[in-house]
Write a new protein. Structure first.
Length: 448
């Protein structure tokens, strides 16, 4: 009991440190600085971003170095970012900050595009070969670019531990809850099935993870997207007022209405930006671990996939969720999280709506669980060597059913806080190596 209480106190202190205004400000300031340094690349070269990503999905990967295709790197990264944040996170932003929070979520994603771009560029530039595998990520650009072994070790330590929370037990619990509510299946059964399915995938390493995510991510995204699109088409006349509410309330706040308690401008800014960071993970450095394994001829070319990743995750998927919540009017009924999104889909599509959210949550959470297992093991591998990978997987799998039944909540809360701590060494690296990002960006666009 004393250990649990001590752990809770430590977690509360760390959560205030990394989840409060200071950390949010640091991440936004980094995105703003990098955006200015690259000359608002996400605007000037957005056509190039689409041409090199969305319109080049079936184009053969350039360059021989790497273990997976650029598209597989994207889907692996999206598997980690498209998750509960797109369903529950958006609803939480609206319930706490009002419709205006979505505008600030867009702002954080706009800046996050270049933050993610910079992380990917550095990860590919400083990646290394271990045996037959290509490895990279913040720990490698912190050590070999910034020449700080200490920051590299801290990032890897935080990443390896944080994965058990945000990437494992939280996701398993979300899947178990969704399946139990929709299909009345006991959480333990869901947890055991999920653990078995995850084991089959992650034992095969990054190539098998990528081979699953490049099929699962497009499928699950399309399923959820078209469900939301159907609702929006049926409620098309209400969409302009929903956008007006988002933009207007971003600068004026929202008075209390229905079950909504009301929110000021500062609440809209705080919760919109915080939820935006949570859903696209720009600033944490985690996604660059997957992108580092991509076959590409230049770091900046893979970096463009990082821009597209944030755009698709937040500006497309999160916006669809927000609009469904707003046009159906459930945001003012006092609901929170996934419950609000489920109610919105049920109202927009009576009958199948709730199943769309439940199924989407299952696939989103499962893909996040698989992708974060890779992130965590790569961080652990950096600390303990290649032979440690199987040990990490053997610990990872049993924790899935434990998370599904709601066990070790204090532990996973601390792990989620450690997820925020990952940002500190990563942001230091981004500032310190911004000159490298600029150099590689200029080099790439001078030839393309």
């Amino acid at each position: 009991m004393i250990f649990i209480n001590t752990l809770s106190v430590i977690n509360d202190f760390l959560h205030d440190l990394v989840g409060g205004p200071l950390m949010i400000t640091a991440i936004i300031a980094t995105g703003l600085y990098l955006t200015w340094r690259v000359g608002f690349l996400q605007v000037r070269k957005f056509g190039t971003v689409l041409r090199e990503t969305l319109f080049s999905i079936f184009k053969p990967a350039k360059g021989a170095k790497g273990d997976i295709s650029p598209f597989q790197a994207l889907t692996t990264a999206l598997a980690a970012t498209i998750g509960t944040g797109n369903i529950a996170g958006v609803a939480t932003a609206i319930s706490l900050g009002g419709p205006g929070a979505i505008f600030w979520m867009w702002v954080s994603a706009f800046l996050g595009m270049i933050t993610k771009y910079s992380e990917v560029v550095l990860a590919v530039h400083y990646r290394r070969t271990r045996g037959k595998m290509v490895v990279g990520g913040p720990m490698y650009y912190l050590e070999h670019g910034l020449n700080s072994r200490l920051l590299a070790v801290l990032f890897a330590l935080f990443g390896a531990l944080a994965a058990f929370g945000i990437g494992n037990m939280v996701q398993a619990n979300s899947v178990a809850d969704a399946v139990n509510q929709a299909f009345n299946i006991p959480p333990l059964i869901t947890g055991l099935v999920l653990a078995a399915a995850t084991a089959v995938v992650i034992i095969g390493g990054i190539r098998r993870v990528a081979s699953i995510t490049d099929k699962l991510v497009p499928l699950m995204a399309a399923f959820y997207f078209f469900g939301a699109l159907t609702i929006l088409l049926l409620a098309a006349p209400l969409i302009p007022s929903a956008f007006a509410s988002i933009i207007g309330n971003a600068f004026t706040g929202r008075a209390a209405v229905g079950g909504f308690a009301g929110a000021g401008v500062m609440q809209a800014i705080r919760f919109g930006i915080a939820r935006g960071i949570f859903t696209n993970e720009a600033g944490l450095g985690s996604a660059s671990i997957a992108h580092a394994a991509a076959r590409t001829d230049h770091p900046a070319r893979q970096g463009l996939w990082g821009i597209f990743e944030v755009f698709f995750d937040t500006h497309v998927i999160c916006t669809m969720t927000a609009l469904v919540i707003l046009v159906t009017g459930v945001w003012s009924q006092g609901l929170e999280g996934a419950g609000m999104t489920t109610a919105a889909f049920n109202q927009g599509l009576p009958g199948p709506g709730g199943y769309i959210v439940a199924t989407g949550l299952v696939f989103f959470s499962f893909s996040t669980l698989v992708a974060w297992s890779f992130y965590g093991e790569k961080c652990f591998e950096y600390l303990a060597g290649s032979r440690s990978v199987m040990l990490y997987r053997l610990v990872w799998i049993p924790l899935i059913p434990i998370g599904a039944i709601g066990g070790l909540r204090t532990v996973w809360a601390l792990a989620d806080t450690l997820n925020g701590l990952m940002a500190i060494p990563n942001l230091i690296g981004l500032w310190g190596l911004s000159g490298v990002v600029i150099k590689l960006t200029r080099e790439f666009f001078s030839k393309n």
